[in-house]
Design a protein around this ligand. Structure first.
Ligand code: NCC
Length: 276
């Protein structure tokens, strides 16, 4: 298979990946009493369009980066899981427009998802590693973590906060882009939140800057900028096809290698700005 150029790869993603979220009219949800808690409209019709967006990975290399001001200068900022801003403003900024969380965060006691104020700014978007079929009924009957019970609880406590759930088709469409552009078979696990959030922002923004997804000169085995925990697998991947994801993003980058080295910064065009 010929290797696609960066622009071709970008167009392929734009053409084949649909950023879809669950709405109350979809089966099996339409048959369930709590379906009314789901947003009436798609995330992409409620949020954006934004001019410039920042995607802030949770990598340890953000520590001592001093990127906070630059990150906050974007019109919208996406963060992941339990990544805090309080106490780390200098390095990661303080604005949160969207927080993308995996179902493990919603379910584990450590993260105090239902009670912590960490999750209360901006819109929430949740996802769960669904079966490859992306069939909604199959997934509903065996989610990886109890995403739906936690969603209902959170909605009851915070009914005014926008809160979306990604359609599992989205995660597997992104996975397929990685697989089709790699020479070898990759693990059949969904992409990391990092790549899912990046593609999500490409659908909402004219330009997307991703920070420390491709590590800068600050590259470290420190897993997260907010925790004293060391594991190279956080940057290189284990469950998620993270190295392949990074390879793909490197190919799509429209910024310079210098930007990566000094700022850990990748520049990607939004779908609306691509000439395909
Ligand atoms: O660690 P995590 O990811 O929350 O990080 C968010 C995204 O930032 C990028 N990243 C992170 C650390 C690092 N050193 N380099 C990076 O490039 C990745 O793109 C990552 O997706 C996840 O993807 O949802 C993940 O979530 C954690 C964990 O569930 C949450 O942090 C909550 O504790 C997973 N860790 C474990 O399961 C132990 C991680 O594998 C993926």
């Amino acid at each position: 298979r010929p290797k696609l150029s960066g622009p071709k790869l970008l167009c392929q993603i734009k053409d084949t990946v649909e950023v879809t979220t669950l709405t109350a009219d979809l089966q099996p949800f339409s048959l369930l009493p709590w379906a009314t808690q789901l947003p009436p409209k798609q995330l992409t019709s409620d949020l954006g369009p934004y001019k410039s967006c920042a995607v802030v990975s949770s990598a340890g290399s953000l520590r001592y980066s001093g990127l906070g001001r630059e990150i906050d200068s974007h019109d919208a900022v996406l963060r992941f899981n339990a990544a805090p801003t309080t106490g780390y403003e200098k390095d990661v900024g303080s604005k949160t427009t969207i927080r993308l969380i995996n179902s493990q965060v919603m379910a584990s006691d450590d993260h105090r998802f239902l009670s912590s104020s960490l999750y209360s700014s901006g819109a929430l978007v949740a996802w769960d590693p669904a079966p490859f079929s992306a069939d909604l009924t199959q997934w509903y009957n065996r989610t990886d973590y109890p995403i739906f019970t936690q969603y209902q609880r959170y909605r009851r406590l915070h009914p005014m906060q926008p809160f979306y759930i990604l359609h599992p088709r989205f995660e597997w469409q992104v996975w397929q882009r990685i697989q089709d552009n790699m020479a070898e078979p990759i693990q059949k696990n969904p992409p990391s939140s990092g790549l899912l959030g990046t593609v999500l922002m490409m659908s909402l923004c004219e330009v997307v800057h991703v920070y420390e997804f491709l590590p800068s000169r600050r590259k470290t085995e420190l897993c997260h900028y907010y925790q004293r925990f060391f594991d190279a697998a956080c940057t290189l991947g284990a469950y998620h096809p993270l190295l392949y994801e990074k390879n793909l993003v490197k190919r799509m980058n429209q910024g310079s290698d210098r930007d990566i080295y000094t700022h850990g910064r990748i520049t990607l065009p939004g779908f609306s700005k691509m000439n395909c």
